[in-house]
Design a binder for this molecule. Sequence first.
Ligand code: URA
Length: 257
Amino acid sequence: MNLDKVNKLQHMGLGPVWVRRHVVAAGIAASTGSGAASDQALDTGSAIGADAVAARASNDQQDTALAAMDWDVLEASIRECTRCGLCEGRKHSVPGVGDRAARWLFVGEGPGRNEDLQGEPFVGPAGKLLDNMLRALDLARGKDTYIANIVKCRPVGTDGRDRPPTPDEVDACMPYLRRQIALIQPQVIIALGKTAAVSLLGLPADTALAGLRGEPRDFNGIPLVITYHPAYLLRQPTDKAKTWRDLCLAKHIIDGA
Ligand code: URA
């Protein structure tokens, strides 16, 4: 393995697994981040938004207008959105960040506490690992990448902790992501974790992630690569190697485009 590659893997915290002893001795292994931030993993509680079903009927009427919005109108409508109950507790909605002509689109689940406070996706510990993953691919936030989420407002449980979005919350928010994808026209979409994967593929929420990885899928003609969520990787660092394989698959798609 050459030193450049060693450095890339170090960004994802894979170095200690793969770096040979003589490389470590050369002082390379100590030069990059470990991705070993404290684990602020998403809570998997199952609180349900109260009247999401009723809201869906009126949301359907807005979808035609939404599908024709430009970036500025789209972002403004995300910031003022009341399509589901998540708007009630938010400090900020989180439309997304990055290069609006990016080839790479990364899609997470939804904002957590830090993202709600700052209005930007992936700014907590999982975000640090995502930044390291980007660096391993010679990318960076805003450099040929766009980062978005399935839902734009923080799903928070009755216990005050982050939780996954309900199917109704996903349905209410998906038109925003669909419009973002249509505007960006990325060459590859990376689904970070199960919520992103099943929402983009229209599969039941209890579909296992493991069976979805490995082969590129399709989202409206765009290759969709499915991998683990960075928050999960903070809990299960041994799966970083599988994630690196998924990212290499995405890079292969980009390089062949
Ligand atoms: N987890 C996500 O899925 N998205 C974020 O923006 C932050 C954490």
